[in-house]
Write a protein that binds this ligand. Structure first.
Ligand code: SF4
Length: 356
């Protein structure tokens, strides 16, 4: 029998599991409290459980499966963690400090198959999906790090924007949301959680039907198919004719604002012409749209792309604003460490290959 991460179970799943294994229903709330409120990392520390229950849990579950390999701290307080999974794969998790709270960016897959041509994560093909337990454990590891610092700080926001396409690991992603959102546990509000997709249109329909208040961000990066296919291979499978109706459905169903991510690549997608096209594309949904302009972090392996100049970024921003599109330029975090998503992981994998 293979042991699993206990963080992968929602409270309902844990309750059913304990009852099926001969335990009383109230044990689930006790275990949940030890995991997410008192945040112990060993079943033997769960003092109000009897020894039978502790043994049962130890036999079937792990609490800690991730091993911290590297921790890089930036001057602005950003911390980038590189974790080793039980099977030896590496993943990244980032803690960012904002004036509204502490936000963690989680990874959902080992590698990624979406193939965005500017992305360090996409250089390493998907090896497997993360389990819901492995995604929750990233948050728990960061929270344990904060607990150890003793400043009574807690993770208040989550962005699902790390390595991988979360909608390609949909069921595990949804279980992850149920665990972190549970009011008896970490209780991270749905409105404080944002999931970002490269535009898997079919899953956007499913997500719209979930009836949850989690925020949606869509990586657009180009306002027309020709350019978008060049930058993001996924546009072949889900071109704008498929993506935009899915977004319209989401907006109609939820009435929630969508963020459109737009990485500015010098002389590729940062001209005034593209800003005007983008404004036209979003015209009928501008009351529920926000465009997040992201200055590009160059990655060694993608040297065909460079960062847009400050003047181009400003001009792009002004053009959108002049067309009535709400937008902003992302404030960069952790610029003195390996800031681009996937950079730390790909560097470490290269080092490991050289060593072996
Ligand atoms: S940007 Fe996201 S979706 Fe695109 S290749 Fe990188 S990890 Fe995958």
């Amino acid at each position: 029998m293979e042991k699993k991460s206990i963080y992968g179970l929602t409270l309902d799943q844990l309750t059913s599991w304990l009852i099926e294994h001969g335990q009383k229903k109230f044990r689930a709330a006790q275990v949940w409290d030890w995991l997410y409120k008192k945040r112990v990392t060993d079943f033997s520390q769960m003092k109000n459980l009897n020894s039978d229950c502790i043994e049962l849990l130890e036999e079937h579950f792990f609490i800690q499966t991730l091993k911290q390999e590297i921790k890089q701290e930036s001057e602005d307080g950003t911390i980038k963690f590189l974790f080793k999974l039980q099977d030896g794969n590496l993943i990244e998790t980032v803690l960012m400090r904002f004036n509204y709270g502490l936000s963690v960016c989680v990874t959902t897959q080992v590698g990624c198959n979406i193939g965005c041509t500017f992305c360090a994560s996409g250089l390493l093909k998907k090896n497997r999906d993360l389990t819901s337990g492995e995604i929750v454990e990233q948050i728990m590891n960061v929270q344990h790090h904060l607990d150890e610092a003793g400043k009574d700080e807690r993770v208040s926001h989550i962005v699902v924007m790390g390595i991988g396409e979360p909608f390609d690991n949909y069921d595990n992603m949804m279980d992850f949301f149920r665990v972190v959102n549970d009011q008896k546990g970490l209780s991270i509000g749905a409105r404080h959680i944002t999931v970002s997709t490269s535009g898997l249109a079919n899953k956007i329909y499913d997500f719209a039907d979930e009836n949850i208040q989690i925020n949606l961000a869509v990586s657009l990066h180009a306002p027309n198919n020709e350019l978008r296919t060049r930058i993001m291979k996924i546009n072949k499978a889900y071109p704008l004719e498929k993506l935009m109706p899915a977004i319209d459905y989401y907006l109609e169903k939820t009435n929630r604002r969508i963020t459109f991510e737009y990485i500015l690549l010098k002389d590729v997608n940062d001209h005034k012409e593209e800003a005007i096209q983008l404004a036209k594309l979003l015209k009928n949904k501008r009351h529920l749209s926000y465009v997040n302009l992201i200055p590009y972090n160059p990655v060694d392996e993608h040297n065909q792309y460079q960062r847009s100049t400050k003047e181009s970024i400003l001009k792009f921003y002004e053009t959108l604003m002049n067309h009535g599109i709400n937008c902003g330029v992302r404030v960069e975090q952790g610029t003195d460490i390996d800031a681009a998503c996937g950079q730390l992981r790909s560097k470490q994998i290269k080092k490991d290959k050289v060593r072996s």
